[in-house]
Design a protein around this ligand. Sequence first.
Ligand code: PEP
Ligand code: MG
Length: 348
Amino acid sequence: MWRCWRAVPAVVGIGDNTLASGDMVLLDGVKGEIAIDPDASERAAFEAARLGYLKGRQAAQTHARRQAATRDGVAVKVMVNIADPGEVDAIAVGHVDGVGLMRTEFLFGDGLPDEEKQYAAYARVLDWAQGRPVTIRTVDAGGDKPVPGFTQEEANPFLGVRGIRLCLARPDVFMVQVRALLRAAPRGNLRVMLPMVSVPAEIDQSLAIFAEAAKSLEGEGIAHAMPPIGIMVEVPSVAVTPERFSRAAFFSIGSNDLTQYVLAASRDNWRLSQIARADDPSVLALIARVAAHGAANARDVSLCGDAASDPLLVPALLRAGLRSLSVASSSIGEVKAAISGCDLSGSG
Ligand code: PEP
Ligand code: MG
């Protein structure tokens, strides 16, 4: 069973023959449980839990409006994750410290998007953010996010030509996105993030492509700006030796992929959900390592994987040294409430 924090109650991994057509089912997305053909007392307990949950969510809405801080006064940034730019219309911009992750794969759903389509999507989010940082990730195709016409058939796509590897293999496609990002940069406080970086040379090669794009925009007389370019920390090689990735302007920990690669447990296999946990001590140790490296080297470190949206994991993430989390929009209030309940005074 698995809990889901995307505002849609969901339980996965119940097995193939658990339900028959017509069964009445109560679904508890918080506990990750279902009750089949519940009796009166189960229904009453479910209703009480539902009302308690709604009360908690209401209290969380009060927290959503406040700047996040722990009980002992440590400020924590709470940013939001988005995919489709239209999502921002439902998010109160004053409730977040910016966009910590804008996934761009959705733009690639109907074939490869042109520069104008991408520019319009990025500009819309930058305009919405009113000067707050907006971290846009270059396309992370492959693995669990195949893009027809772009990704290749591979025996093991999670360890294959995905993320920045694919962009560097297809500079023709990457260049279109880079140009759109550089053109959007003057509209606000843009930061660009490279996914699935595993060796420093990938940053060098990417920076060269950004410089080339800037040069050609300059030559064409098109307005543009160079944003800070950081990386996702999703591959253990980065988390173990972050100092080798000094050309990254900032780090954002992708705990979904980092967890699956550290524990060798596929993120989309529910049978492994008890192993693939972001709060495994091995993953938390790597998070702490990156956070300490960032603090010592003036590099902003955030975490934008699903772990940040889980109020139960927030204390462990803060104790690991993180002071910036990027969460699903449905979790902003609950995460801020969880932060306010933490006391870090005894944990360094
Ligand atoms: C992650 O891996 O934690 C992440 C945020 O990226 P995605 O889930 O899009 O792979
Ligand atoms: Mg990832």
